[in-house]
Design a protein around this ligand. Structure first.
Ligand SMILES: NC(=O)c1ccc[n+]([C@@H]2O[C@H](COP(=O)([O-])OP(=O)(O)OC[C@H]3O[C@@H](n4cnc5c(N)ncnc54)[C@H](O)[C@@H]3O)[C@@H](O)[C@H]2O)c1
Ligand SMILES: [Zn+2]
Length: 363
């Protein structure tokens, strides 16, 4: 692997496919003039090093958000964000994206493992099952977190991914995020691998209900609790609630069973059929004999969790090229064909603006 993280291992990747695509050619020509052949162009301005973590729950639109998907690539200076080797690889291929918490940091939702992220010890499934004290601890914190999360809106990265799908380039999306922002941005071929925080499931009768409804019940049962906790929250908005003994739980409205958010906790398995659907998305990227296949685009994930990493491993086994766009290293770096150290809100809109729907047509 070359020092800039590029491993052009297979000869099928290169100029040949790109030459057909005017938008890419224009961008790449400019890139080569400016950056040379083996650029690892990083996106340098200070404001892209996510300053939103310590900011308000929903940050103001930053300059990069003006790089709207669908803008004319010829009028945009895309090269600094569009890592040239990444473009070469992605052009002309159908894509499946695997996204993680890094995609939502610019919507004000902290990740787990980014630099400067508050240290987190998420409750395991086994601990949640130990009984009411653990469940009180979980739901009391969740009540405060939800009050913030409910105001988060999709950012330019989510919108660009939805745009790539509408353009026929992106064939599927596997997200490890539970925040629902991909759906809110309009993504449809979507697998919520770890579930959705806006839905609640009963552990006994499996009835699903909206989290917003439960929040109303919690608010009625614990008047003033959220306001008091928010008042005491640290400036980064991460409330550490020590005393949750007095928090009153709500049970399933149907059967009185224990309620749990409809997300996969650490220590819990992702439902098999969901995993199988995600593998099938990756399988569909494999190249038919003699043809160029698709690529797996990883965005905003440290790939620390095996639940996501396994799809990168699977793609690698199938000789499906993998492009990783992430600030900082990931556990999948050794398997990446190209690694781009850039912000999702910058890279993805630029990719969507440059992508040519025709170039990703099957065949
Ligand atoms: N928004 C959410 O739904 C959310 C938030 C936190 C954690 N989680 C859960 O926790 C697990 C975390 O694993 P993960 O790999 O998704 O996240 P992670 O926190 O392990 O890794 C996030 C990565 O994204 C990078 N990053 C942060 N902001 C970025 C940006 N704007 N552009 C590019 N890169 C950026 C970080 O440096 C880090 O390497 C997941 O399983 C997920 O279910 C979800
Ligand atoms: Zn029930």
């Amino acid at each position: 692997m070359s020092p800039d993280g590029l491993a052009l291992a297979d000869g099928e990747i290169g100029w040949a496919g790109l030459a057909r695509v005017p938008a890419y050619r224009e961008v790449l020509d400019r890139g080569r003039r400016r950056w040379g052949r083996s650029t690892s162009a990083r996106w340098p301005p200070a404001w892209t090093r996510s300053g939103t973590r310590a900011g308000p729950a929903v940050g103001p639109e930053r300059p990069a958000e003006r790089l709207g998907a669908g803008a004319d690539p010829a009028t945009l200076d895309l090269v600094p964000v569009l890592d040239v080797p990444a473009l070469e690889l992605l052009a002309g291929r159908p894509l499946v994206a695997l996204t993680g918490a890094g995609l939502s940091t610019d919507s004000g939702i902290p990740d787990y493992r980014g630099p400067g992220s508050p240290r987190r010890t998420p409750m395991t499934f086994q601990e949640f099952l130990t009984g009411e004290p653990a469940q009180r601890r979980y739901w009391a914190r969740s009540c405060v977190g939800w009050a913030r999360m409910a105001h988060a809106a999709p950012n330019a990265g989510h919108r660009a991914i939805a745009e790539l799908e509408r353009a026929g380039v992106l064939r599927g999306l596997i997200t490890q995020n539970v925040d629902g922002l991909h759906s809110a941005a309009g993504s449809r071929e979507l697998i919520d691998l770890h579930g959705r925080i806006d839905t609640v499931a009963c552990l006994r009768c499996e009835r699903r209900s909206p989290r917003a409804e439960l929040q109303e019940r919690f608010t009625a049962l614990n008047p003033g609790f959220v306001e008091a906790a928010l008042g005491a929250a640290a400036p980064d908005g991460d409330a550490e609630l020590e005393d949750t003994d007095g928090f009153r739980l709500a049970a399933c409205a149907g059967c009185g069973g224990v309620l749990k958010p409809d997300v996969v906790f650490f220590g819990e398995n992702v439902p098999r059929d969901r995993v199988a659907r995600a593998y099938a998305m990756v399988d569909a990227l494999a190249a038919p004999t003699g043809r160029v296949g698709g690529a797996l685009l990883v965005a905003g994930s440290s790939l620390t969790v095996m639940s996501g990493l396994r799809f990168v491993r699977h793609a690698h086994r199938l000789d499906v090229p993998v492009v990783i766009v992430n600030r900082g290293t990931t556990r999948g770096d050794a398997l990446a064909t190209v690694r781009v150290d850039a912000g999702c809100s910058e890279f993805l809109p630029a990719l969507a603006a440059a992508a040519d729907p025709v170039s990703a047509a099957p065949g």
